[in-house]
Structure formats: C-alpha cells, structure tokens
Design a binder for this molecule. Structure first.
Ligand SMILES: [Zn+2]
Length: 183
C-alpha cells in the first residue's frame, strides 16, 4: 500500500465531509505515508485523504520545498487580504481556473503522533491549505469560483475525457511536475 488511485470528480467520496481523526496510531501514519507518496507521484502540491477514498480529516502538502501533513485542521485568517490566481486539482485533472482565496492563513491541527502543530502560510501555501481543508468538507475548488468561471469550469469538466457521470472513474492521473496543482 503506497501510491493509491486518485478519486475523480463525480465520485461521491469527494462530496462527503470527512470524520475527525480520533486514533493517532500506526494506521494513521500509514495513511500519511500513502498520501505523501501518491501526492509526490502525481506531482501535486497537496492531497487530502478523501481523494484516495479515505474519509478522515488528513491532508499532506509539498509547497515551496516544505513537505508535511496536517490532521484535523482548523483554519484562522489573520487578515482580510485576498489572492486570485490559477488553481487545479488532482481530482479534476488537466483543468485550471483562477480562484479567489485568502492570502494568509494560520492553520492549527495535529501531526500523526497527536502533537499539536501550527502551520502559518501565505500565497501558494495558504492556497494549498484552503484547498485541502475544503476537500475535508466535501468542497471542491470549482465551488469557490464566481458564477461565470464556474459555468466555464463545469462545461470543461463535462467535456473532459475522464468524466463519466454514470460510472465514477478511478483512473490514475498521469504524472506531471507542474507546481501549483493542488490535490
Ligand atoms: Zn483538490
């Protein structure tokens, strides 16, 4: 159990709120390892557990050479600053849309041993943390787009060759190295 198939848009697991982690045990650390390897294998900047079919509040990140994970994250925004820029998702492969996010974030949570940790980030890291935490609530980045962009995104998703509304696919995404693609 290492690299796992990525669940794609249309899979109900991506629309289901994940459960908080209660047991900080060996299985959890294996999950973090699987997420990390899958994220790196796919060239993603982040990956949330529901994206590999696990309904737990866990995500990994690899942004600006900072590799890590966060469990049961709670986000705080220190100011009102926003950013707007291209965002993508390993569960919506090949499609990128400008998405508004908060510029700065301070995330509190735990590591896989249950120690409290804090992750303070801005720019790309802040975007990643917001994107991945959304996954834990069953929210996808296309939900965050303004009306016009969202319409465009949904059209592109329905036209994508991997999209199959009747049979949620479990296709493995081909590896790529582009930065700024969130899990
Ligand atoms: Zn994503």
């Amino acid at each position: 159990m290492t690299v796992q198939p990525i669940r794609l848009f249309g899979d109900p697991v991506l629309r289901t709120a994940a459960e908080p982690v209660v047991d900080f045990d060996k299985e959890l650390r294996q999950l973090v390892e699987d997420l990390t390897e899958t994220m790196q294998g796919e060239g993603g900047a982040g990956l949330a557990a529901p994206q590999i079919g696990v309904g737990l509040r866990v995500f990994t990140f690899d942004v600006d050479d900072v590799l890590g994970h966060l469990i049961n994250p709670v986000l705080e925004f220190p100011d009102e600053e926003e950013q707007d820029g291209p965002e993508g998702c390993l569960s919506i492969p090949g499609l990128y849309f400008d998405t508004k996010r908060r510029l700065n974030v301070a995330a509190k949570g735990f590591n896989s041993y249950g120690d409290p940790v804090q992750l303070v980030g801005s720019g790309l890291m802040a975007r990643c943390v917001q994107h991945e935490t959304d996954h834990l609530d069953g929210v996808l980045f296309v939900d965050r787009l303004d009306r016009a962009r969202r319409k465009e995104a949904m059209r592109a998703i329905r036209a994508a060759e991997w999209y199959d509304p009747g049979n949620p696919p479990l296709v493995k995404v081909s590896p790529h190295q582009t930065r700024g693609i969130f899990g």
